[in-house]
Design a protein around this ligand. Sequence first.
Ligand code: ADE
Ligand code: ZN
Length: 319
Amino acid sequence: MLAKAELHVHLEGTAPPELVARIAARNGLTIPDEMLGEDGRFHYTDFLHFLRTYDLAASVIRTAQDYRDITYEYLTDVAHEGGIYVELTASPDHAALVGLGDDEHLLGIAAGIDEARRDCGIEARILLSAVRNFGVEQAIRVARYAAQRPHPYVVGFALAGDERFPVSEFGTAFAIAADAGLGCTVHAGEWQGPESVRAALALPVSRIDHGVRAIEDPALVEEIAARGVTLNTCPTSNVVLGVYAAYAEHPLPRLRAAGVAITLGSDDPPYFGASLAGEYTICAEHFGWDDEDLLAVTGAALDAAFCDAELRSDLRARL
Ligand code: ADE
Ligand code: ZN
């Protein structure tokens, strides 16, 4: 099985409806009516509605044990499809909204990582993410917490959420994280165009999540390639949410041909019917990539990973 690595997946967004329902039940909660459609899948009609549905699902995830279970189930699933390394984007803000402390939140995730490694040999690390639409002050709080290196598995700082909130307002949060030596990544060029990616490049980031709409500005694509910034792309997420009408229109092959380093991610797998292995298969089927091409994608992910050098070289030896 081809070795795979994933740098772009949101932890709450990995929990399928059945797991969210199980967690809600043991917390004595009922799942919010609007969360699921009649088909039993997560229900949303557009990007902002997706973010609200995501928040509804997160609202029943309340304890360290819940986070352990979500982490363990996701990582063991990915290991069964060839995953060797995952960076999980975790959101202290979502945990805080349900009264779960930052340290407890991390301990739950770390337990899931340790148990998945023990059972399946997969490795994982944690990015602490702020959410644009939760505001600048909250982002600074998350960055400060991450900068304290609250757990050895915390290796990076990220920013997700509603891209209409301009990234330029979050410079202080990124400076705090970067000054502490954390790797930094930011969602950009998913819902907004090249100007959003340009603004992201002004931050101390070595990666951009999505970034695909950079394709609308050839000079920007050249700059991304020249600076060696990696785009963590999620083709299925983009097609399902309607950024592109079909895989055939997705710019991933053109970005790659322009010399941009790219990785594959599932973003929020059950919301989009995506999986890490599925993204690899889509690149084979729609873009004609062979095993060598796909192994190079995994290599690019290990190059761009925020883990330490020792783990990186152990993982490279598994390719
Ligand atoms: N949070 C979870 N998934 C996201 C996405 N695709 N874009 C922005 N924020 C997110
Ligand atoms: Zn994302």
